[in-house]
Design a protein around this ligand. Structure first.
Ligand code: 9PG
Length: 496
């Protein structure tokens, strides 16, 4: 049905099955929504599929090419979004009006897409069954208010799970990377004494293999023993796992090839390449996988871990043929419900995770790509067109554009750095990551206390100890206590 809307003096022609006005916008029904907009040259808010996927306002028409090589795609974004990169968006898209207001179209389900060109904004649920109710939210107005109204609608459908003060985390990854062992972690633990962390989280490097979630020989006393040490030191013990990703070398891959997701051609679908090989995703609709997963989370909790960083989760949400014929994002959300149940009151941080299906189930979401003790990797950003590459600049860009999720779920911007040792960033760059952590309300670091001079240790102490007043001034500018923090530089990427 064609509807003409007058949104605060903006005339819009809209194709939808039903249009209902509500307090801060409109609810639309329909598998496909087509909307004519008058903006021509403008900016498009593009939202990537999972934690690391590019999320940003992008100039339209856009110059950005597809990231190369394509084999890396699942780690960058949903393969479907490759078709019209970057002008197709996962879940929500928006356009900017010359007067600064925005026009937002967002799905209220799990797997809608929004795309834009110079005349239209379109929404589609490509995986909906015939007759399925497909719901959207449409609003026009000031950016912050429109996103807040959208978040509110999402929260009513998917649930809300956020805290005023998320835990303060020491995470092993961005200091030691895979080079962890029980000795070095105990040493760090002892040196952290006096710093107000809530969680001591062991990252990638403890496991026998991706899929074989038992301690490797760098942890001869086992994972329960180290959790006990962490608790005795006064912290919640945290552990990283990638429970839905499986390496070919794992026993699960060898013994249960039928547990893995397959493509239409019957072959296992690679979910990415890391740890020196391809890895694959589990078929989360398979009953045996579900009980294995429940047991895994229960086991990890029985070892004493009450903070779970579950990573590479998108591997379980890849398109493919499943045991049960359930759309991928719904299958994935059902799986997160199982994880949620098994996790009980443990804090569950979803990383490398599709965003929408995690709302209401995970406690926190990583909302950007990985930071690093360097600003940017131009070879990957410029030459390979990959704005999800590891580095602080890319991480800041995507996190900044996902802060609107904050009323729904804790948002993890990744760690901040206080060390100058083993760090290529300038002090101002370190400061920006620290500021973003305050803005997001989630504070973490991977700095080894032994690397910090007294000054840096004091800065870390204050970072953890204080809750500054935050005021958002506009899209890129914030006031932190009395200080102005300006992230406009993230737009520079569009000048090249
Ligand atoms: C452990 C890490 C850390 C980190 C996670 C995740 O594109 N990539 O090759 C790529 C590799 C690793 C990665 C993200 C992307 O990082 O975000 O915090 O836990 O795994 O392996």
């Amino acid at each position: 049905m064609l509807t003409l809307l007058n949104l605060d003096n903006l005339q819009i022609a809209l194709q939808a099955e039903r249009t209902t006005q509500i307090k801060n916008g409109y609810l639309l029904q329909g598998n496909t929504i087509i909307l004519l907009h008058p903006f021509e040259q403008t900016r498009f808010y593009r939202h990537g599929w999972h934690s690391w996927s590019l999320t940003s306002w992008i100039p339209l028409p856009v110059q950005l090419q597809k990231p190369q090589p394509e084999i890396r795609w699942p780690m960058i974004d949903h393969p479907r979004l490759l078709m019209d990169y970057p002008l197709t968006s996962s879940g929500v898209g928006a356009l900017q009006s010359p007067n600064g207001k925005i026009l937002l179209l967002g799905c209220l389900g799990l797997d809608g897409y929004v795309s834009a060109d110079n005349a239209t904004l379109r929404g589609v649920y490509p995986y909906a069954a015939p007759g399925q109710q497909c719901e959207w939210f449409l609003a026009y107005g000031e950016e912050e208010q429109v996103f807040a109204a959208y978040a509110d609608q999402l929260g009513q459908r998917l649930g809300v799970r956020c805290r005023e003060h998320p835990p303060r985390v020491w995470c092993s990854w961005y200091g030691l990377y895979g080079d962890i062992n029980q000795g070095i972690l105990l040493e760090v633990l002892a040196n952290l004494s006096g710093l107000p962390f809530d969680v001591f989280q062991i990252d990638d490097g403890w496991q026998a293999c991706l899929g074989d979630w038992r301690a490797n020989d760098k942890f001869p006393n086992g994972m329960a023993w180290i959790a006990e040490n962490i608790q005795q030191a006064g912290y919640t013990a945290g552990l990283w796992l990638a429970p839905l990703a499986v390496a070919p070398a794992s026993s699960i891959f060898q013994q249960h090839p039928d547990w893995l997701l397959r493509g239409e051609d019957g072959r296992h679908v690679p979910a990415g390449h890391n740890w020196g090989d391809f890895f694959y995703g589990l078929d989360v609709t398979h009953p045996e996988v579900q009980s294995w997963l429940y047991d895994l989370i229960e086991t990890v909790r029985s070892w004493g871990y009450q903070y779970l960083k579950l990573d590479f989760l998108y591997a379980g949400a890849m398109p493919g043929v499943r045991f049960e014929n359930v759309p991928a994002e719904q299958a994935f959300r059902n799986c997160l419900e199982i994880i949620r149940q098994a996790a009980g009151d443990a804090y569950f941080l979803a990383c490398g995770s599709p965003i929408f299906p995690a709302i209401g189930l995970a406690d926190a979401l990583r909302v950007g790509s990985d930071v690093a003790p360097y600003w940017d990797n131009p070879e990957r950003t410029i030459n390979l067109h990959d704005l999800t590459g590891v580095g602080s600049l890319n991480a800041i860009r995507t996190t900044l554009h996902r802060l609107w999720l904050r009323p729904l779920i804790d948002v993890d911007p990744d760690v901040a750095f206080f060390r100058t040792r083993f760090n290529l960033m300038f002090p101002e760059q370190n400061r920006l990551l620290q500021d973003l952590a305050h803005i997001a309300g989630f504070r973490a670091t991977s700095d080894l206390p032994a690397w910090l001079d007294p000054h840096e240790r004091q800065a870390l102490f204050e970072f953890l100890q204080t809750n500054p007043q935050i005021k958002r001034l506009d899209r890129h500018r914030f006031q932190i206590n009395q200080r102005l923090v300006d992230f406009s530089f993230i737009e520079d990427v569009w000048q090249v």
